[in-house]
Design a protein around this ligand. Structure first.
Ligand code: PAF
Length: 152
């Protein structure tokens, strides 16, 4: 599995990849993520995963700093699942300056879970659009466990 943390390196590597099936994650992988990686294989010539703990989707009461970071164990699982390429940028790569533009999802962002986590789905949509622009996948896979996120 290739691992890239820089956007230009990732783009160079992806030039030869054909159709890309993409699974964005924040790491701390479990069986649900791995099932998505395996399903992705049917949708692309290359399976690309990302690991990025996205500060924008954490509220002031969510503990961004305490979110589990288990990079080595995650990589071992991704290799075993046959993932071709991992994009694991640092914060300075994705947000080199304060991210002041946001993707504003429709009003459903404020219902259900969103009612208790103001700005959460705006942060998710913002990073996902950014990742889509970087990876340019033909297909992306999201788990149904976070159903509202999937709908957003
Ligand atoms: O579901 C997650 O792990 C995250 O919300 C996502 C989609 C990777 C965006 O940071």
């Amino acid at each position: 599995m290739q691992i890239h943390s820089s956007i230009p390196e990732l783009r160079t590597a992806l030039r030869q990849s054909g159709r890309v099936a993409f699974v964005p994650t924040m790491g701390n992988l479990h069986a649900g993520h791995i099932a998505l990686m395996q399903q992705a294989r049917a949708h692309g010539d290359a399976v690309v995963a990302s690991i990025f703990v996205n500060r924008l989707q954490f509220g002031p009461n969510d503990d961004f700093d305490r979110y589990p970071r288990t990079f080595d164990a995650d990589c071992a699982q991704l290799v075993a699942a046959g993932v071709d390429l991992l994009f694991a940028p640092g914060e300075e790569e994705l947000y080199p300056e304060p991210q002041e533009y946001h993707v504003e999802p429709p009003a459903t962002q404020n219902q259900l879970d969103g009612a208790f986590r103001p700005g959460h789905f705006r942060g998710v949509a913002t990073v996902v659009l950014k990742l889509f622009n970087i990876v340019q996948p033909q297909v992306a896979l999201f788990g149904k466990k976070d159903y509202q996120q999937l709908m957003v």
